[in-house]
Design a protein around this ligand. Sequence first.
Ligand SMILES: C[S@@+](CC[C@H](N)C(=O)[O-])C[C@H]1O[C@@H](n2cnc3c(N)ncnc32)[C@H](O)[C@@H]1O
Length: 238
Amino acid sequence: MTDGEGDHREATDAAAADGVAATQSFYSRWAQLYDALASHTPGIGGLRARAADRLQLSTGDTVVEMGCGTGANFSYLRERVGPEGAVVGVDLTPGMLGPARARINRAGWANVHVVAGDATRPPVTDADAVFASFVSGMLGEPATVVDDWADLVGPGGRVGLLDLARSTSTLGRPVNALFAGLVFAGLPSKRPADALAAPRTLDARVVAAQRALRDRCRDVTYSTHALGFARLAAGTVK
Ligand SMILES: C[S@@+](CC[C@H](N)C(=O)[O-])C[C@H]1O[C@@H](n2cnc3c(N)ncnc32)[C@H](O)[C@@H]1O
């Protein structure tokens, strides 16, 4: 490695550490509100159920949810793997894992677990399926990460992504400005310049993540929902 490459690597690592700290601080502060929105926003349950269906899970499967947040997907995933299977949620924000653990304890699920960790370096080495919802837009290098998730499940394993991005549909486009404002409000760290850049970055990351899924998988299903703001992609690793 040259000095220049070393400097670049250090700068990139420092930026990533700043990003992690900002994410942890932001989501820990808003965890309760996030949990309410993640569970009770009209239509969200149907979307989560549909995403879980697309993973084509079987009884006894192990499914890892990357960036599981407060565990709003757990019931849908657990229902599909049954008591013989396992659901493992990974998240790097302690404040989100607290409500996730409380949800597991309330329901008495013995086969649902959460692990504190970074989805870009997953603390899990084997699974039948990997799922992530509303996470692709937070990843600096989404294509590389999705590629790693495909390696984690291996050939025959499933990968599913549920993401929000600006709508390209006739009905959704008029609402894009409002959506962009919400994207900015939801940024863990904000600079005024991000107001314009944030929705573009989100779109680009979601497209990159879902393209990587398409590249690595066969039998890919893709659909849009909620006026085109929600994009759901899933497939079986080749
Ligand atoms: C918008 S929330 C989505 C939570 C959940 N998936 C849902 O559908 O409600 C994003 C979550 O991803 C987590 N996150 C972001 N980057 C992560 C990473 N690199 N590794 C693990 N978790 C991450 C955040 O801490 C936060 O809990």
